[in-house]
Design a protein around this ligand. Sequence first.
Ligand SMILES: CC(C)(COP(=O)(O)OP(=O)(O)OC[C@H]1O[C@@H](n2cnc3c(N)ncnc32)[C@H](O)[C@@H]1OP(=O)(O)O)[C@@H](O)C(=O)NCCC(=O)NCCS
Length: 167
Amino acid sequence: MTRIDIVDGEAATAYAAPVFALYDTVFGDFPDEDAWRQQMYDRHRARDGYRLAVALDDDQLVGCAWGYHGDHGQFWPNLVVRTLPDVAAEWIGGHFEFVELAVAPAARRRGVGHRLHDALLEGLTGRALLGTSSGDDDPAVRLYRSRGWRTLGLLDAERQVMGLVRP
Ligand SMILES: CC(C)(COP(=O)(O)OP(=O)(O)OC[C@H]1O[C@@H](n2cnc3c(N)ncnc32)[C@H](O)[C@@H]1OP(=O)(O)O)[C@@H](O)C(=O)NCCC(=O)NCCS
């Protein structure tokens, strides 16, 4: 049975190497671990409200998700402000930003993605935002819709902003 743990920014240090290996397999958009840590992982884990959900099969990382309290001045909220000002006015600031979700190819389609999603949002209330593919058949989009997320607008032809309000 896959175990899901939630860790804070400090404890996330210990997961940097396996999270990078997974991230690199799934997204592959950084040249190496150092660049990824400097530009993404270490910056994100220092942010207010950061939490990392890890999925472990016998202590081997098979999935992860992370997010934090997003705010004006950060890269992605700024992009939303520039591209979708009406959405930004209502949603940006004090929201939880659902930043990444990834499951190793061999571990997919057995509920790990849904469990990581639910664990990451556990106990949070209010507005949550994410950016993802605009394709309706994309597995991540299907997952988010099944959990109540709705499209707020398109950033471009291939990327959308989704929002969720948790009571
Ligand atoms: C999106 C992603 C995280 C989903 O992970 P996952 O572990 O496969 O997700 P789940 O297993 O919870 O759900 C995926 C599908 O498996 C199905 N499923 C869940 N448990 C299942 C089981 N026991 N048997 C068969 N299918 C099952 C779900 O119903 C869902 O199918 P549906 O969308 O047709 O309804 C994964 O595909 C991934 O890492 N994609 C690449 C990265 C990405 O796009 N991330 C999002 C960036 S914003």
